[in-house]
Design a protein around this ligand. Structure first.
Ligand code: DOR
Ligand code: ZN
Length: 308
């Protein structure tokens, strides 16, 4: 018999773009009406780099989510010149710091220009001491299909150099990244819904599908299979992070389409369908909630969602 309803406890989206202004007001409630909380990306224009900007953004998110029981876990945009005093002062207001290589994706122009461990050492050592997790957009600027794969040695050098730093490989898209998860205790990852569903074929194999264009780009069938298998068994170091990234329609349906797939309104519903299809519903609560709670040590209020 087909499933008619399913209960999810405290669903969490551990990688989300809520934007600002009217867009925030539009998309915020589409997450907060189903999810209990979300890790919010800091790549606004300008990016979130000060305590003032961070707390004010959190307040705007709260207003946009109109009283929903929803926790916005905000992040800071990584800069290499944050002082110990600054990070110590802001540590309780953030869930982590997001590192972007400069120019690698939307609004990342002021990201880091070097991924050299020695260049990053002062800030990462401070984060490690203070227990602030590092979230990373792990792509080089190489050939588009190889960018994540080429970043694997960088993840390895970071994991080795900072063994007490929690490093989250964001929105992984490859078999290589899944394999790396089991190699280092301090490496974790998020995976999106779209990377569990699509390959490059769906983006560009037929008519170009701009609404499926994102960074990192969807990869090969064997990559999708590896991601899906890890998600379906709720690999304990893997969390759901939608990377839902809305853009105005005219910026998607144009020449020079912006990167981002917008999934927040349907993410949980499609996850239930997907896990049901593969007879893995028993693992869905771990994948969309318990793993993240354990990895980030979250203590979130009860919110049970019934999907019908
Ligand atoms: O496709 C993407 N869109 N990937 C990112 O890393 C950023 C995001 C955005 O902010 O639009
Ligand atoms: Zn993102």
């Amino acid at each position: 018999m087909a499933l008619t309803s399913f209960l999810l406890n405290e669903p969490l989206d551990m990688h989300l773009h809520l934007r600002d202004g009217d867009m925030l007001k539009l998309v915020g409630p589409l997450t907060s009406n189903t999810f209990s909380g979300a890790l919010i990306m800091p790549n606004l224009v300008p990016p979130i780099t000060t305590k003032e900007a961070l707390l004010y953004y959190k307040q705007r998110i709260k207003e946009a989510c109109k009283g929903d029981a929803f926790e916005a876990y905000v992040t800071l945009f990584f800069k290499n010149d944050y002082t110990y005093e600054f990070l110590e002062d802001i540590k309780n207001d953030i869930i982590g710091i997001k590192l972007y290589p400069a120019g690698i994706t939307t609004n990342s122009e002021t990201g880091v220009s070097s991924m050299d461990v020695e260049v990053l050492r002062p800030t990462l050592e401070t984060m490690s001491k203070l227990g602030i997790p590092l979230c990373v957009h792990g792509e080089t600027n190489g050939f588009v299909m190889d960018r994540e794969k080429e970043f694997m040695p960088i993840y390895e050098s970071l994991a080795i150099a900072f063994p007490n730093l929690k490093i989250i490989m964001e929105h992984i898209t490859t078999k290589d990244a899944i394999e790396l998860l089991d190699k280092y205790d301090n490496l974790y990852a998020t995976v999106t819904l779209h990377h569990l569903l699509i390959t490059l074929d769906d983006v560009a194999g037929g008519m170009l599908a701009p609404h499926l264009f994102c960074k990192p780009i969807a990869k090969r069938p064997e990559d999708r299979t590896a991601l899906l298998n890890a998600a379906l068994k709720a690999h304990p170091k893997l969390m759901f992070g939608s990377d839902s990234a809305p853009h105005p329609k005219h910026k998607k349906e144009c020449c020079g389409c912006a990167a981002g797939v917008f999934t927040s309104p349907i993410a949980l519903q499609v996850l239930v369908e997907l896990f049901e299809k593969y007879d893995s519903l028993d693992n869905l609560n771990d994948f969309v909630s318990n793993n993240a709670k354990k990895i980030y040590g979250l203590n979130i209020k009860d919110k049970t969602i019934k999907l019908v």
